[in-house]
Design a protein around this ligand. Structure first.
Ligand SMILES: Nc1ncnc2c1ncn2[C@@H]1O[C@H](COP(=O)(O)OP(=O)(O)OP(=O)(O)O)[C@@H](O)[C@H]1O
Ligand SMILES: [Mg+2]
Length: 311
């Protein structure tokens, strides 16, 4: 079984976040004394905009882990917990970001021994000759023991059909999951339709990944909140005109339902571009004030007219 979750005292959950250095002692106490047993989870995901259904699912998974620990303490039967997951969502909807957080959260909760995160795709698992794939996949799984193995675009393993080495990788993963069933969490990720097809074709695999989380496309309001969070993180602010321009652009982009739109990654790229344009503009000033150094103006945002470029 996964190790028991650490519980501080009845009714409270003791998750020690990795970066607690910036938190004052009273603040930490306030957080652990909070009545809601999920307060810490909420805090953990506070930088993540939206994804409410997902945060709720995380609380359920977490509750399951904590209660399993308490049941064990009370001498009750242990029910096997399978924590392997499938993340389905379009580009830039936060799958990789959330998976990294799951690794940290499960480590803090005592579910995973090390909590490291290994990201892999087809090329990391599939080899070039008979026997090579099994070894490559096994090696990767061994590296991931105690943490999370995140397999992106998992369906690419099934693309080549029966004779492809991808199938050998899938078989090896299934075998290793049985050998190390409680020592790591595997997350398969990918775009929704491809992922559905992949799991339908491989029902044995689907049943081994009981936790299925769907990442929806963001609304323009959510993208706008994500932009605000990214700006705050980077210590930038917008003039009112820049703010209006940005919001109008996001509203217009979302209303067009573009194919392959990269959601939050699009926002990140947009901000990074504005930061570069701002730097270029501010270079002309000899000794810019702090306010100038942190303020993005409407002219720093240049949006493509051509829809094809909006990804
Ligand atoms: N809900 C969110 N709140 C804040 N930032 C977010 C959110 N979702 C995504 N981001 C940010 O958007 C960027 C892209 O996210 P991420 O790489 O996790 O997406 P993805 O679903 O893995 O995309 P892909 O399918 O293309 O790999 C990251 O910088 C991430 O921090
Ligand atoms: Mg990703």
């Amino acid at each position: 079984m996964y190790p028991q979750a650490k519980t501080a005292r009845p009714g409270t959950i003791n998750i020690v976040l990795q970066d607690t250095s910036s938190r004052s002692a009273p603040e930490s106490r306030a957080l652990t004394q909070e009545r809601s047993p999920f307060r810490m989870i909420e805090d953990f995901f506070s930088s993540i905009v939206g994804l409410e259904a997902l945060k709720r699912q995380m609380k359920e998974i977490y509750a399951q882990v904590v209660i399993a620990g308490k049941r064990a303490d009370a001498g009750l039967k242990k029910n096997q917990q399978v924590l392997h997951m499938v993340f389905k969502g379009n580009p830039g909807t936060g799958k990789t970001t959330l998976a990294r957080m799951v690794a940290r959260l499960f480590h803090e909760a005592g579910v995973l021994e090390k909590g490291h995160f290994i990201e892999a795709d087809r090329s990391d698992l599939v080899g070039e000759y008979i026997g090579h794939t099994a070894q490559k996949t096994k090696d990767l799984i061994h590296k991931a023991l105690g943490g999370v193995l995140f397999i992106d675009e998992a369906y690419s393993l099934a693309r080549g059909g029966e004779k492809d080495f991808g199938k050998e990788a899938i078989d090896t993963i299934v075998k290793c999951m049985e050998d190390h069933h409680d020592e790591l969490v595997i997350i398969l990720a990918g775009y929704p339709d491809e992922m559905e097809d992949f799991l339908t074709i491989n029902p044995g695999l689907a049943s081994r990944f009981p936790l299925k989380l769907t990442f929806k496309d963001y609304s323009w309001r959510e993208l706008s909140a994500i932009a605000a969070g990214m700006l705050e993180d980077r210590e930038y602010q917008l003039t009112p005109a820049a703010d209006v321009k940005l919001q109008e652009h996001l509203r217009s982009v979302c209303s067009r339902s573009l194919l392959n739109f990269s959601n939050a990654r699009y926002v990140r790229n947009m901000i990074e571009e504005a930061v570069r344009r701002h730097a270029f503009r501010v270079m002309a000033e000899e000794s810019p004030q702090k306010e100038v150094l942190m303020t993005l103006e409407a002219e720093d945002f240049s949006f493509p007219k051509d829809e094809e470029r909006v990804h």
